[in-house]
Design a protein. Structure first.
Length: 209
């Protein structure tokens, strides 16, 4: 099918409006086939030079989960110290990960050393490989949401420590730690906006040159 209906476009827009970064999960499991259907969308994503540099690590064992959670708690405590008193109070009340509850946790890496793609497009800007991984994550995120699943992106982590704990190759760069599961609630408003941390801009600013 090469044509998409206006109803589909409306639905797609609604999907983007209701996507949300989720940090509050129910603990019931996610069906493996459903998770796989979401993960399959990685391979549909654009990538620089067709390098497909994404690498997915399922963080399943108690040992790995405990290490990741400890990593987050340490980084979060450090981040808290960086804010002045009013912001620190607000920050301390934010829930910034669902790592204690979410049934599925994925560390998404970029393989910086991949030979795939033969360097095309990444010569002057090797960071394009990481951007390719971000694009793939976005597809995964939207697909998961279309099934009613929530995804939460955690970046408050020491990536070098996580690499060691998950025993991944040194030239894999952490792009995202994703918590996946059934959300406790759905909303059209980002949680950080609800909490008074930051608002969405009312319009996209576009420059002309
Ligand atoms: C690259 C990236 C890193 C993020 N890291 C975190 C994080 O560590 N903790 C968190 O609670 N949310 C994190 N988020 C989610 C953002 O806070 C969220 O996307 C933003 O507030 C807008 O809300 P929405 O995604 O529900 O629209 C991250 C999002 C992105 C794209």
């Amino acid at each position: 099918m090469t044509k998409f209906s206006s109803e589909f476009r409306d639905d797609l827009h609604r999907l983007m409006r209701w996507r949300r970064d989720v940090r509050r999960f129910r603990t019931d499991p996610v069906d493996e086939a459903l998770l796989q259907a979401c993960l399959d969308t990685f391979q549909l994503a654009p990538s620089v030079g067709l390098s497909e540099p994404w690498r997915v690590v399922r963080v399943d064992s108690d040992h790995a989960r405990t290490a990741a959670l400890r990593n987050y708690e340490t980084a979060n405590a450090k981040a808290l110290k960086g804010y002045g008193s009013d912001r620190a109070k607000l920050y301390a009340n934010l829930k910034l990960s669902g790592m204690k509850e979410s049934p599925v946790q994925l560390a998404i890496y970029c393989d910086e050393a991949t030979a795939k793609g033969r360097g095309l497009g990444a010569g002057t800007m090797p960071e394009m490989r990481r951007y390719s991984v971000v694009g793939a994550i976005t597809q995964f995120w939207l697909t998961a949401r279309s099934f009613g699943l929530g995804v939460g992106w955690v970046s408050i982590l020491d990536p070098a420590q996580l690499n060691r704990d998950l025993k991944v190759p040194e030239d894999w760069a952490l792009v995202a730690y994703l918590c996946v599961g059934w959300p406790e609630e759905l909303s059209e408003t980002p949680e950080l906006a609800k909490a008074g941390w930051e608002d969405r801009d009312s319009a996209l600013s576009i420059l002309s040159r």
